[in-house]
Design a protein around this ligand. Structure first.
Ligand SMILES: Cc1cc2nc3c(=O)[nH]c(=O)nc-3n(C[C@H](O)[C@H](O)[C@H](O)COP(=O)(O)OP(=O)(O)OC[C@H]3O[C@@H](n4cnc5c(N)ncnc54)[C@H](O)[C@@H]3O)c2cc1C
Length: 469
């Protein structure tokens, strides 16, 4: 791989307009880090692109040299796919332009944008792009995998709001994919992840919104199971404007948590009303009456405040491990198993995250995009979060054990963006009946599997190349 990287560097040097960083360069140490400290790798070269021509040059040079290549937007891949040992990282962090057409309610953003860069730009015109809940997450990885967030029930997945992609494919060409051009690729890019090329621009629909009503509360003791059951029973009939998430966790030692609750297992509720506060009042009153919550806080918050409120809970540089899945319905026994597991959680910052999809996301037909299962509304993400490497084994084992216990009650399927790096056997499960069509599109646009550091969809001919790595 060393020779391939030297060849790539030599080919790019002198014509690359961005930064070419090698291990001995001063800024390399910072540039190589990604969000999940569990994945600390040492690329041979980081090519921080200044523009699309740089992306094309990097793809062509690495491909010609046979260099293993990772693509990075925000570096938040839980699995750590946006880095590699000894190979090339195509880093898009200098490509963060966003433009908004207020009248048409349309936007364009570059392939290196973070969610926060898009939110700040679109809010200047009172508009939003439905995305995720932590502003330092990269938009490209999130959108290409699907993209859940506060507005999913009202406006669909992030990918459902994309009208066009511009990408650099494995041969270095610039290709557009939308409703009329390269429609198979357009289909595949909405859920199929980074398998098909480097997306340099997304064209998206925007929606008017500047504030929401947010109620937060904690449920303790027997109320934890009770609120999960009531949430399960209530959500199928809930209006799209209501988003109600539950996280099972240890109550943090923070000012907004009563002293006698800190350190105890809780169900942390976040109930969002996206619309006229008066219209939502009765719904929020009802939800908050379903158990005896403590630390209740109900307030109107700006969209930008909403989008940044979880930023500090998931900082860069901690250790993270995840397993995820869907339930068609959530039975009492699974609820009991989650509550029981919480009593032995090894890290106080680990969370069992539960969301109910439904709404606009579920009304998109199964075959319309490559995104996996839309028919199982209960999404679970077991997310371990700790800081000390000596605790890796205990934290990973806790997630794996709980997942194994819950797995028989889950529907087959998984959201690719919530998968770890040790789950490649689950990638076909993520796409199921969409798999063969995805393999066709991959085989056409990336027959040599140049873009392989992702939840990989191997092209039909890849077996021979894998041996050469
Ligand atoms: C703190 C945190 C919060 C999260 N919250 C949410 C959430 O609310 N909703 C949700 O749905 N998901 C969420 N996720 C999961 C998130 O969707 C994935 O981690 C996603 O991969 C992050 O995108 P990124 O661009 O930062 O990733 P990166 O690590 O940069 O890349 C991830 C993958 O995408 C590919 N890729 C990146 N950029 C491009 C590009 N321009 N063109 C082609 N391929 C590209 C990479 O090759 C890699 O395979 C969260 C993750 C974290 C860490």
């Amino acid at each position: 791989m060393k020779a391939a990287i030297e060849e790539t560097f030599t080919s790019l040097k002198g014509r690359f307009r961005g930064d070419l960083l090698r291990p001995h360069d001063e800024t390399y140490a910072h540039a190589r880090g990604i969000w999940n400290a569990m994945v600390a790798r040492t690329p041979g070269l980081i090519a921080r692109c200044a523009d699309v021509a740089d992306v094309q040059a990097a793809v062509r040079s690495a491909s010609a040299a046979g260099a293993l290549t990772a693509v990075r937007c925000g570096g938040h891949s839980l699995a750590g796919f946006s880095t590699c040992d000894g190979g090339l990282v195509i880093d898009l962090s200098r490509m963060r332009d966003v433009s908004v057409d207020r009248e048409a309610r349309r936007g364009r953003f570059a392939g290196g944008c973070l969610l926060g860069s898009i939110d700040v730009a679109t809010q200047q015109d009172g508009l939003v792009f439905p995305s995720g809940v932590v502003s330092h997450t990269g938009a490209a990885g999130l959108v290409l995998g699907g993209g859940f967030g506060w507005l999913t029930r009202l406006h669909g997945l992030s990918a459902d709001n994309v009208e066009g992609f511009t990408l650099v494919t494995a041969d270095g060409s610039i290709v557009r994919a939308n409703g009329t051009e390269n429609v198979d690729l357009f289909w595949a890019l909405r859920g199929g992840g980074g398998n098909f090329g480097v997306v340099t621009e997304f064209e998206v629909k925007l929606h008017p919104l500047t504030s929401v009503v947010l109620a937060e509360a904690l449920c303790l003791g027997d109320d934890i199971s009770r609120i999960l059951q009531r949430w399960r029973d209530f959500m199928p009939e809930a209006p799209d404007k209501l988003k109600w998430n539950l996280n099972l966790r240890i109550a943090p030692d923070t000012e907004n948590v009563p002293a006698d609750v800190r350190g105890r297992p809780v169900a942390s509720e976040s109930v969002l009303w996206v619309g006229n506060p008066e219209e939502g009042r009765a719904y929020l009153d009802h939800v908050l009456s379903l158990c005896r919550p403590v630390a209740v806080n109900r307030t109107v918050v700006s969209y930008l405040a909403l989008q940044t409120m979880a930023d500090n809970e998931f900082p860069h540089g901690r250790r993270y491990y995840t397993k995820s899945g869907y339930f068609k319905s959530l039975d009492d026994s699974s609820i009991g198993q989650m509550v029981q597991a919480l009593a032995t959680v090894p890290s106080p910052t680990t969370q069992i995250e539960l969301a109910y999809m439904g709404g606009a996301a579920a009304r998109v037909a199964a075959g319309e995009t490559a995104f996996g299962d839309r028919s199982s509304p209960f999404v679970i993400n077991l997310l371990a979060n700790w800081s000390d490497a000596s605790e890796d084994a205990a934290n990973i084992a806790w997630i794996r054990n709980l997942f194994e216990v819950l797995r028989p009650s889950m529907t087959p399927g998984v959201y690719v963006n919530f998968m770890s790096g040790d789950e490649d056997d689950r990638v076909p499960e993520a796409y199921r009946e969409r798999w063969d069509r995805l393999v066709e599109v991959k085989s056409h646009y990336d027959p040599n599997n140049f873009f392989r550091l992702n939840q990989n969809i191997p092209p039909k001919t890849t077996a021979a190349i894998d041996g050469d790595l």
